[in-house]
Ligand binder design. Structure first.
Ligand SMILES: Nc1ncnc2c1ncn2[C@@H]1O[C@H](COP(=O)(O)OP(=O)(O)OP(=O)(O)O)[C@@H](O)[C@H]1O
Length: 292
């Protein structure tokens, strides 16, 4: 039996006359990585915002582990859903470790009074939070940068730090909004590994991404939004070969379509093969001339 942890039913989000999300149903089961793709303006981020309490859907319900979520982001986090944002939202002048500690606050029970008095309970809780935060920095490969200011991290590591901070709330479901935006191919590959490792820790993942290779490698299931509506949903194999998806979004069949890097490699290999054929031709002509 599958264990559904997120269940969005009939979600509609209107902004005045514009309907950004149209009657979308989506589930995420425990242990799953689910992708949400679609062209720019399809409603993906708006849908995420409806799931995380940033927007109250005009219609529809969102349940996490069978309970309707409260329409407040911090309560949604407390319930067990964490997220990252399309545009990095770190505390730039805080250290890497402090950023993760901020993400931990929904899980610390110590109140304001305890923080002011700074009694033994406070110190114990703080030590436990630091230990957990360091564990997460180890997990995301940022431990050696714990004391660096967040703003001094390279871009790819800032994105990783956002993930570490989201994990600090001990979520059961992690929502990632374009986690590889602006990354080079190596960083993208490392992010893919990180998401698999997160899933292996028992955290389900729902991810928005424009990088189709990343999505199709990673996801157990992919849903496609077009103009606010869910057009198709299925396994990577089903979605990437669906004619409607190819027409509406991908443009050309995904299979075998090389990325820019691969294209450059192929062209370089062809150019070098042509050059060596030409060189062979010159050598063989001159050796024929020598033979005469
Ligand atoms: N707060 C808002 N007020 C009014 N319109 C909005 C608001 N947020 C989003 N929209 C509109 O809703 C539609 C869906 O936008 P959304 O950002 O959700 O798309 P998206 O699929 O995430 O796009 P992208 O891939 O470019 O991030 C767009 O037409 C957008 O202009």
């Amino acid at each position: 039996m599958t264990d559904t942890i997120l269940e969005a039913s009939g979600v509609i989000m209107r902004f005045g006359g514009l309907t950004a999300v149209r009657d979308v149903n989506l589930t995420v089961n425990s242990g799953e990585i689910v992708g949400l793709i679609g062209p720019n303006g399809a409603g993906k981020t708006t849908f995420f915002n409806c799931l995380t309490g940033l927007y109250v859907p005009t219609e529809g319900t969102v349940k996490y582990k069978g309970t309707v979520l409260p329409p407040k982001p911090h309560l949604v986090t407390k319930a067990g859903i964490a997220r990252t944002f399309q545009n990095i939202r770190l505390f730039a002048n805080m250290t890497v470790l402090e950023n993760v500690l901020v993400g931990r606050h929904t899980r610390t029970k110590e109140g304001l009074l305890s923080a002011i008095i700074r009694g033994p309970g406070y110190h114990r809780a703080e030590a436990a939070s630091r230990a957990r935060a360091m564990e997460l920095l180890e997990f995301t490969g940022l431990a050696s940068k714990a004391e660096h200011l967040a703003r001094n991290l390279p871009y790819g590591e800032q994105r990783k730090l956002e993930i570490a901070r989201a994990l600090a709330s001990d979520p059961g479901l992690l929502l990632l909004d374009e986690p590889t935006a602006g990354m080079n191919p190596q960083e993208t590959r490392a992010t893919e590994e990180l998401v698999f490792a997160i899933r292996d820790q028992g955290i389900a993942v729902l991810v928005i991404e424009h990088d189709m290779r990343f999505i199709f490698n990673l996801c157990d299931r992919v849903a496609v939004l077009v103009q606010g509506e869910k057009l198709v949903e299925g396994t990577s194999e089903v979605v990437q070969s669906d004619e409607r998806v190819i027409a509406a979004y991908i443009g050309t069949p995904f299979e075998g379509a090389p990325g820019d890097e691969e294209l450059a490699e192929v062209e370089a290999a062809e150019a070098s093969a042509e050059a060596s054929t030409a060189a062979d031709a010159v050598t063989s002509t001159s050796s024929k001339e020598d033979d005469r």
